[in-house]
Structure formats: C-alpha cells, structure tokens
Design a protein around this ligand. Sequence first.
Ligand code: AMP
Ligand code: ZN
Length: 114
Amino acid sequence: MNDCIFCKIIKGEIPSLKIYEDDKVLAFKDINPEAPVHFLVIPKIHIESANYLDENNMAIVSHIFKVIQKLTKELNISEEGYRIVNNCGENGGQTVKHLHFHVLGGRDMKWPPG
Ligand code: AMP
Ligand code: ZN
C-alpha cells in the first residue's frame, strides 16, 4: 500500500527502532510508548486489520506470537507478564490500517482498557 506508514517502515522509507526482523515480520519500538516496554510486531505483507485475516494469510499470526514469545523472553518481561493488544477498526481504536500487535510490559496493566 503506497500511503501506509508501516509499509514505508518495512521498506526503510521511514526510520524506526527495529528490535527484530525476519522474512515475514518486523518488530520495532512504538514511537509513543504507553509502558516502559512497548513495541509493535507487524507482518511484512500489508493486511489492513484482523478483519482481513483468512486461511491464506492466517499463519502469520502464529508466527507473530512465536516472535513475541522470543522477544519478551529476551527483554526479561516474560515471567512478570505483559499485554498483547490488537486494535481493530474504528471502535477498536485502530489508527494505522496495517495489522499490528502491540506488546506492552514493564508495569502493572489496568483492566479494562479505556
Ligand atoms: P493503533 O492505534 O493500534 O493503530 O496503533 C498504532 C501505533 O503506531 C500507535 O501506538 C503509534 O504510536 C504507533 N506509531 C505510529 N507511527 C509510528 C512510527 N513511525 N514509528 C513507530 N510507531 C508508530
Ligand atoms: Zn501497510
């Protein structure tokens, strides 16, 4: 997608603080962190939101969760816990229309979210 900022980050057209990359996904620090640890994991293919997952692209979600498990261990928040968030659509609070999973940690999380 030409005007998608996360596609631009993948292509290196917008800088980011990358913490992990492979052929399928990219993880980078959120520009506006809401917790001491706050990074995003995104597929390298443009998927607009969770609404657009189907049997052809769904395997990426499994891979993303595997990457989250690896990174939270490396960042030492695995044992104490963390939160994985996917905002979907207008009411879900999704501002960037490229599927992404927030990982937040390093502090006690409140429930329910606002
Ligand atoms: P959401 O509201 O779930 O769509 O989340 C989008 C997230 O992307 C927000 O937490 C933003 O702070 C983050 N974000 C937007 N632009 C950038 C960027 N250039 N680099 C890193 N994070 C970004
Ligand atoms: Zn995109």
